[in-house]
Design a protein around this ligand. Sequence first.
Ligand SMILES: [Zn+2]
Length: 165
Amino acid sequence: MSYNSKTSSLTFVIVSAEIAEIRIDARQNSRSLYSRKTFAKDDVIAQFGAKETFSEPTYLTVQVGDNEHIELLPEYLECINHSCEPNCFFNTTTLELVALKEIAEDEELTFFYPSTEWDMDQAFKCTCGNKGCIGMVKGARYLSPENIAKYRFTDFIAGKLKSIL
Ligand SMILES: [Zn+2]
């Protein structure tokens, strides 16, 4: 347990794996995944698979196809939160979590939810605070052309985006 004076939050590490650890913020009741290593751009952070496959999305699943949504293995990867300035990307073709930029040890791992999700089960208002924050996060199908040009998407989502352009 550690008290983080910077964010005035009570943070607990609940799961620690070789590459990352889950931290719980007791005040905000939120889970996050923090890197325990340094990664260079394009490094493979982890390989992942499907614990289970569902035909409908939930707030924990990653979309790999039409009516195909997986719960992640290793499970701690489901604690990677959304950011509009993400540092990782779930490549659902190669089943690799890759670094989009250099990642420092102790940095929170984040990905851009619409990079894998076409139409999300639970839309939410993003509070990432980045300059380019997209606001409501609802899925790739709702993105502006500017944001479609800005982000990297899975092969599946890229194909869907092409079909509506
Ligand atoms: Zn944002």
